[in-house]
Ligand binder design. Structure first.
Ligand SMILES: [Fe+2]
Length: 307
């Protein structure tokens, strides 16, 4: 059982330089459902997500505004608040409605200066196929037709402290790490962590504090990854790398950029995680193979372009 009841990454709130270009990308190419729009924000959900939204795009700049993680019960918030304060993190309570259609909860500034919101409720919007004798997918999906968001990768100056923060405060466990050695005092170059049974909900790699490397949409399988690539060709989406295979997580992937330069990923596969599955360790000289299993080397853009 999770320590503090976090179930999953619930929302990614990012900045975009141009809202109408972003709407073309996230709405028309990725096929997310637009659920709400204001003068400077647009809200989306994937077709297989029941809650009101999972992606918020805000006009002005690039990068991450915040990540929302959903807990199962309102009482989980207090435990996380105590754990965050014991860890030395800055916290504040948030009220229902501060985020559209989102309950009250807790805002935490992570040791890497990322804003993390913990909430227990979001207005349920449901899905097109519903829960009563549902079809296996909606008939008229647009473009990639992404079912749901999956995970985010952020950068931090101190990855090991972030690993401890996500474990001690939010109850995550590490499925995979890149470590300088197998000794207890090793430094971490990267950590892939989950709160449930997906192979990762969050990953952290070494880099400047407060930055976004990418956020990812889950697709069903390799053939859907390839088909997403076809839509990227049709829509002239800037592709970073792929389709290819990850060693770390065993996922299948394409990395690409939204029109503002925020990196996205389509991700499929990966294994089922569970808390007593031993953490997989990679050594730095195998990092290229860990990230891009087939190519076995990182491109420079992958390690340097952050938003
Ligand atoms: Fe990823």
């Amino acid at each position: 059982m999770p320590l503090h009841g976090v179930t999953r990454l619930g929302y990614v709130h990012a900045r975009v330089t141009d809202l109408s270009e972003a709407k073309g990308h996230y709405g028309n190419t990725m096929g997310l459902y637009p659920v709400h729009e204001t003068a400077d924000r647009v809200y989306y959900k994937g077709w297989d997500e029941f809650d009101h939204h999972s992606v918020v795009l805000e006009a002005g700049g690039v990068g991450l505004v915040k990540l929302g993680f959903k807990v199962t019960d309102p009482s989980d918030i207090e435990g996380i608040e105590k754990a965050a304060q014991a860890f030395g993190a800055v916290t504040e309570r948030m009220s229902a409605g501060e985020n559209l259609e989102v309950s009250d909860g807790l805002r935490i500034v992570s040791p890497s200066d990322h804003v993390i919101e913990i909430y227990h409720g979001m207005t349920m919007r449901g899905t097109e196929v519903g829960t009563h004798n549902p079809e296996v997918f909606p008939r008229h999906l647009v473009g990639v037709g992404a079912p749901r968001i999956d995970h985010a990768l952020i950068t931090a100056e101190d990855v090991k402290t972030m690993d401890r923060f996500f474990h001690e405060v939010l109850g995550f466990y590490a499925t995979e790490r890149v470590v300088t050695s197998l000794d207890a005092d090793a430094d971490y170059i990267g950590t892939w962590m989950t709160a449930g049974n997906t192979v990762h909900d969050i990953a952290v790699i070494g880099g400047p504090n407060g930055k976004l490397h990418h956020f990812a949409f889950q697709l069903t399988d390799w053939s859907e990854i390839k088909k997403a690539g076809d839509f990227f060709a049709m829509d002239d989406v800037s592709v970073d790398i792929g389709p290819t295979q990850h060693g770390i997580t065993r996922g299948e992937t394409i990395y690409f950029f939204d029109p503002s330069g925020n990196r996205n990923e389509v991700f499929s596969g990966g294994y089922v995680a569970y808390p007593d599955r031993p953490t997989v360790n990679w050594t730095p000289e195998q990092l290229g193979k860990g990230i891009f299993y087939i190519q076995r080397e990182l491109n420079e853009r992958f390690t340097t372009v952050l938003t």
